[in-house]
Ligand binder design. Structure first.
Ligand code: GDP
Ligand code: MG
Length: 470
């Protein structure tokens, strides 16, 4: 039996141990809450969590809350946009107020309409006279354009595949020059091998200046490392890959300033391991030129909302500062940006942005648009927030928000007729010139059909069909 003294001692030891365990437990919980705070869905109430934007003024918080994060059922907005000094707002207009569809019904209806559209045979765009392939491509007067590929030395054979397909589809007929860019010098081996694919098209190899590629010195590396870990824990692709963040920032706001690209107006971006399924029988760059279009795309989809949580709120903050409102084009394509029906949770997490974007691995664009004050000043602001590193803002949502806000929607073109694939998505229409892809198929995984934004852009922004003659 224990003596009274021993019993007292045991009691004290047990109490201290219990208190100690309790303290550790509560510390662990606190730590977990802290670690997940930035990303957990539960940290969001009905209003946006402004802890991401500590410097946000109260008036702007109110501006966001006025329209942000309302669920589709309680949204009563009737004005699509307000573009005034210190009062820039975009509201999603719910048309079917009476007959509310569920998310599943919306996805089913959009997928069905998408498949029908892509299966309806179309030819070429009807809104311009198209220039056919020249008889002598060496004497041909081309548009001021280049085929642009940012690529690593290690991706030689993958970009080679893309170029072989691209030459067959388009460039073998028109012979536009290629510009290959890289953050490291291209090896002799890369250069020697690539020209076997590019045939007789002119080729330029460019090393990007470190200041256009490297992470700015203003980035707080401790904060960045913490943010990367949180994103990594939430399975965000490339969360911890610094070079990917650099790439996204570079393609968002640096590529059009590369000295070797100054001589060009238009670019067609290609990537490793992409496919082109259409025998293109007109000069696509000249089509952009004659119609005055500034941006062409093939695939439009939702993004990983947690990679761009503050991109839209920061954009609104910028537009609501000084006279930046003046850059917004009153005829921009705003509706698909703030749509909140198909994937409402995404719109909520991304602070009012649907996350819909044009997929930038295929882009045909006018660099003069990106060089404009409207786009470039906005990019500089975005860059100053550090969001390319503290989050993982992609160049695709940045380009898409940029062109949707600052360009007339008639200047953005869906290349419905150009068959294209970057895994796992397709743009495959029923045209006499397209083969080896399945018309109407959006993804090789059917469950990803809910990621398709195209019908939203076409419908909610009232985009004119230029493929059929009216
Ligand atoms: N030179 C260079 N190119 C890169 C780097 N990271 C990505 N890229 C290029 O940027 C483009 C997008 O990268 P990719 O790996 O295809 O990303 P994903 O399509 O988003 O999965 C491709 O053309 C890559 O070759 C890099 O660190 N250096
Ligand atoms: Mg890629």
């Amino acid at each position: 039996m224990f003596t009274l003294r021993k019993r007292k001692l045991l009691y004290i030891i047990l109490t201290v141990t219990a208190l100690f365990l309790l303290a550790i437990h509560s510390k662990l919980i606190n730590h977990q809450q802290l670690a997940s705070h930035d990303w957990s869905l539960t940290s969001f109430g009905e209003n946006f969590d402004f802890s991401y934007l500590p410097n946000l003024s109260d008036s702007l918080k109110n501006t966001y809350n006025r329209w942000n994060l309302k669920s589709s059922s309680d949204s009563d907005a009737s004005i699509a946009s307000i573009i005034e000094p210190n009062n820039v707002q975009f509201n999603f207009i719910h048309k079917n107020k009476k007959k509310k569809q569920t998310r599943e019904e919306i996805i089913e209806s959009n997928s069905k309409r998408y498949a029908e559209l892509m299966n309806t045979e179309v030819g070429k765009p009807q809104d311009a006279s198209l220039i056919p392939p020249p008889e002598d491509k060496h004497q041909y007067k081309r548009a001021n354009a280049t085929i642009l590929a940012l690529v690593r030395n290690s991706e030689m054979s993958k970009i080679g595949q893309s170029i072989r397909r691209f030459q067959k589809s388009f460039n073998g007929k028109f012979n536009y020059p290629y510009t290959f860019i890289n953050d490291e010098p291209f090896t002799e081996r890369f250069k020697q091998k690539i020209v076997k694919y590019t045939e007789d098209a002119p080729v330029e190899f460019v090393t990007i200046k470190p200041e256009a590629w490297k992470k700015p010195s203003s980035i707080d590396e401790t904060k960045e490392a913490q943010a990367m870990q949180v994103m990594y824990d939430h399975n965000i692709a490339y969360a911890k890959q610094g070079s990917y963040h650099n790439m996204c920032r570079f393609y968002s706001g640096q590529f059009y300033n590369v000295p070797e690209l100054q001589k060009y107006k238009y670019y067609w971006r290609i990537e490793p391991q992409v496919n082109f399924y259409t025998d293109v029988t007109y000069d696509v760059f000249k089509y952009m030129e004659t119609t005055g279009k500034i941006y062409g795309f093939t695939v439009s989809l939702y993004d990983i909302e947690e990679s761009i949580k503050t991109l839209w709120p920061e954009t609104l903050k910028y537009l609501n500062t000084g006279d930046n409102y003046k850059y917004v084009n009153p005829n921009g394509s705003f509706q698909w940006l703030v749509e909140d029906l198909q994937n409402p949770q995404k719109t909520k997490i991304a602070g009012g942005y649907s996350t819909c974007h044009f997929w930038s691995n295929f882009e045909i664009g006018d660099m003069d648009f990106f060089r404009s004050d409207a786009y470039n000043n906005w990019f500089k602001y975005l860059d100053s927030t550090g969001g390319f590193y503290y989050e993982r803002w992609g160049d695709a949502p940045v380009h898409s928000i940029g062109v949707s806000l600052f360009a007339d929607k008639s200047k953005i073109h869906w290349f419905r007729d150009l068959g294209y694939n970057h895994d796992p998505y397709y743009n495959c229409a029923n045209t006499p010139f397209t083969s080896h892809c399945v018309a109407g198929k959006f993804s090789r995984y059917e469950h990803l059909n809910d990621q398709n934004c195209l019908m939203n852009w076409l419908e909610y922004d009232g985009i004119k069909d230029v493929y059929t003659r009216n």
